[in-house]
Design a protein around this ligand. Sequence first.
Ligand code: ARG
Ligand code: GLU
Length: 710
Amino acid sequence: MRLLKILFLFVVFQASAQQGGMWIPSLLEGMNEDEMQNLGSKLTAQDIYDVNHSSLKDAIGHFNGGCTSEVISDQGLVLTNHHCGYGQIQSHSSLENDYLKDGFWAMNLEEELPNNSLFIEFIVSIHDVSEVVLKGITDTMTETEKQSLISKNSNAAMKTWPRESWQDVKTKAFYEGNQYFLFVTERFDDIRLVGAPPSSIGKFGSDTDNWVFPRHTGDFSLFRIYADANNRPAKYSKDNKPYKPKHFLPISLDGVEEGDFTMVFGFPGTTSEYLPAVAIEHITKDYNPTNIAIREAALKVIDQKMKESDAVRIKYASKQARIANAWKKWIGENLGIKRSNAVEKRREFEATFTKALKEKGLEDKYGNILPEFDRLYKDFAPINIKRRNFIEVFLVTNELMQMTFRAYQVEQALIANPENLERGKEVLTGQLRGIHKNYDAKLDKGVFENVMKLYQPNNVNSLIYGETAFTNLESALQLLEGDTETVIKNLNNDAAYTYAKPIIEEFFNTIDAEYQQKNAPITALQTQYMTALMEALPNERYFPDANSTLRVTYGQVRGYSPRDAVYYNPVSYLDGVIEKYIPDDYEFDVPQKLIELYEAKDYGQYANKNGKVPVCFLGTNHTTGGNSGSPAIDAHGNLVGLNFDRVWEGTMSDMNYDPEICRNIMVDLRYVLFIVDKYAGAKHLIDEMKLVHPKTDNSKKKKKRNKKKK
Ligand code: ARG
Ligand code: GLU
């Protein structure tokens, strides 16, 4: 009886208080629209997504396939994160013009910097094509048969879908393959760098503050979209003109405060919200810890060497950030799952599911799913760990092993067809140059000794560093001289290559093969589980897992309590930047100019009612990687924040969104404008934006109305 009560409570709680979810923008009418308005939104579903008129979605661009960006002027000015534009800012930087360190501001259109292979993609329209794509799929088909029919159907749909000559189409699976949507898109390839703050603002707090609150990072950069004479997508040309968008976001100078509605509109990458308890347990108890250990072993060496030498620090800055980012995220994920009892809660939910199957006579159809998950995961867990550990060592942390891995792939291509020689040389040369651009063999040797110990403890031979040609670019490239036979012979005479080759072969022939074979039935079962959930518990809240398509998530500005007696206020201020200031520190230095502005309280129109400049704020919006650079939009459709991170204990929201502790972190737009205007003196950029005062305007309207009543 008591158990029943608990289960009942759990379900009710899920349905009412839970605000998680990443929703499809074309399907907001009804439940989402109501829920958003209950949270304070004044927007209709059509304000957000409309195919016939311009709407908010027309301002949201997928930035280079991995981040989100938004248009903020009628001249195609675009805002995204500093860490999203990092590669471009770095590529224009040199010792003389160190834009990473000092920042960059184009003072007119001529000074804006073009970027190779950077693109922004907009969504023109979204269509449910489930019926056509799933046509002919039957339960008796094998997984391979199903997949091949699905891709045939979806290719046919894309081929004939109506679109303009400059537009593209793609289809994507939703709800673990239970639904398919088609997207008509427009991709712009002439994107120029307009502005970036120095890293001491854009990356303030670096690793120490990454994934945590309170946060004081001005994580933004500015770009501009250029289009051809007809305002259509075009390759770079100096004759291109600033793009005239269908919609751009006005910026609110009134900001938001605790309890205010916000929505985040962007391109979240991947989530796994419908995993069985056994999978969450596997990931957090066994899988994450091994990968955390490998990264930790690598970071121990990298961090130390970066402290010892400035040259090494510059070389490894970006790589270290990449390794440390997921390392710290996984630790937080484990912590959050444990603290919120996510595994136990998921088991309780599964009991509800099982009970519903019984009640609805669905046991025969779906009753084997959960026991089957248990059986499959038990079998899958060791190989999943082994495979990922290989990737962590060979592709993430150790560069010498990465070079041998790339060389192995080229050797395989040459064995398959000797005519691949030129292309193979070209590809490998590019990869070797890429790695050697920022390479330190001593550091890498230290990493090798530390990480290989965790992968093959009895097979750590760091002597290869003294014998191999790969640790030096010139000698590495010499391995590639000559005909196919010579290249293959050269590689197989190299000490590092002969050391690594059997390990790589084991990976491809045994580990990855076994992984694929054991993962396939899990994927198929996950699809069936999703179907079963929706059938057995139709009143639950189902949103499709993130899949790099455009989504809306919404919530309110809220602080949170990560542990007993600790509460984080939802807003941080410039005062906090100054509190954290450590002169000349790699993470917490503050530019002199910013200190002067702070001391003079020279905040212009960017201060709060209390006379302080807000820097970052928290919300209950359900976000993930890929939401970086996404706009936080207020109740009226104005830009108020720029999403860039989540709080540590809340990173588990990729598997388990918990409204108690899951928060996204946004930069307050007033801090962005303050930096652009007062710090950088780029007033011309402020002038092209549309700054609004929705809160004060509303109160005026209200007063007027009140007067009339009298
Ligand atoms: N944690 C944020 C995101 O996942 C920001 C990462 C960039 N910042 C950094 N210090 N590495 O990607
Ligand atoms: N920083 C992440 C990104 O690059 C967003 C933070 C998150 O994972 O929520 O997309």
